[in-house]
Design a protein around this ligand. Structure first.
Ligand SMILES: Nc1nc2c(ncn2[C@@H]2O[C@H](COP(=O)(O)OP(=O)(O)O)[C@@H](O)[C@H]2O)c(=O)[nH]1
Ligand SMILES: [Mg+2]
Length: 238
């Protein structure tokens, strides 16, 4: 599952590197969804050219997009889901490593901070912020996560069906982690490569860092989003 907002060039690169044959040799049928936040570039054309499924999102933000994707995934009947950003930072050739670990774990998180970060891929501020937020998350919740804000995750169907989320933006990964802890899903961290992005960043380091921090605190106090408590699903967007 690939979230996109004006990432035509990055998406092209991701598409070229998805190891379809290797994944099929491992026994999986692969289906690629592009969850789009209203791109005004060639994203839809690139999606169609690669025979991926284009899924326009209803709300705004990466969080809303992923939650829509998760609901559609559960309706689809597939067994596992791997999500990664479409900006060329994450390498789709590592997907088989995620699928491999999903035979033993509920959730697999790609770990850039103990992996291989290209020198130009992350600003100093983001590097520092990622470490602080990750350290804080492990301290608050007691379950080790090595890279809280990673955009490369793998899930079993069971894991997706248990997640309870209401994030709209870039705090989604932090909430995925807190929900995994709450639902007692087993998390495996695996080192991954992280490269420089193609195109313009959508994340604002300080404002989104603050949203992530707030989400960690709020979910520590109120473990489950109110929408889930009153019986509404992950798709109830504000
Ligand atoms: N569907 C959707 N995707 C988004 C939205 N905002 C960002 N994205 C995608 O989410 C991914 C991560 O965004 P990015 O700007 O790279 O954030 P960073 O990697 O955390 O700095 C990229 O693939 C973006 O195109 C949105 O509003 N909707
Ligand atoms: Mg990025």
């Amino acid at each position: 599952m690939l979230p996109t907002l004006d990432e035509a060039k990055g998406l092209e690169e991701v598409a070229n590197n998805i190891p379809h044959e290797k994944i099929e040799r491992m026994g999986w049928n692969i289906h690629v969804w592009v969850v789009d936040g209203g791109s005004s570039d060639e994203t839809e054309t690139v999606t169609k050219n690669n025979k991926f499924q284009f899924m326009p999102q209803q709300g705004k933000g990466k969080g809303a997009a992923m939650r829509l994707g998760f609901v559609k995934f559960l309706e689809s009947g597939h067994d596992a889901l791997v999500m990664l950003d479409s900006d060329g930072t994450y390498d789709p050739r590592e997907i088989p490593k995620f699928l491999d670990k999903l035979s033993k774990f509920d959730v697999v998180v790609g770990d850039r901070l103990n992996g291989d970060i290209n020198p130009d891929a992350m600003t100093r501020l983001n590097y520092f912020g990622n470490h602080i937020l990750t350290w804080l998350a492990t301290g608050l919740y007691g379950i080790t996560i090595n890279d809280l804000c990673s955009g490369y995750w793998g899930f079993t169907r069971k894991a997706i069906s248990r997640l309870k989320l209401n994030s709209m933006k870039f705090e989604i990964e932090a909430e995925m982690y807190t929900s995994c802890v709450k639902e007692e899903l087993e998390i495996k961290n695996i080192p991954i490569r992280y490269s420089s992005r193609i195109g313009q960043a959508k994340l604002g380091s300080v404002s989104d860092g603050w949203r992530i921090f707030r989400k960690l605190i709020v979910r520590r106090i109120f473990g489950t989003p109110i929408e889930a408590k009153i019986g509404k699903g992950n798709l109830d967007i504000e």
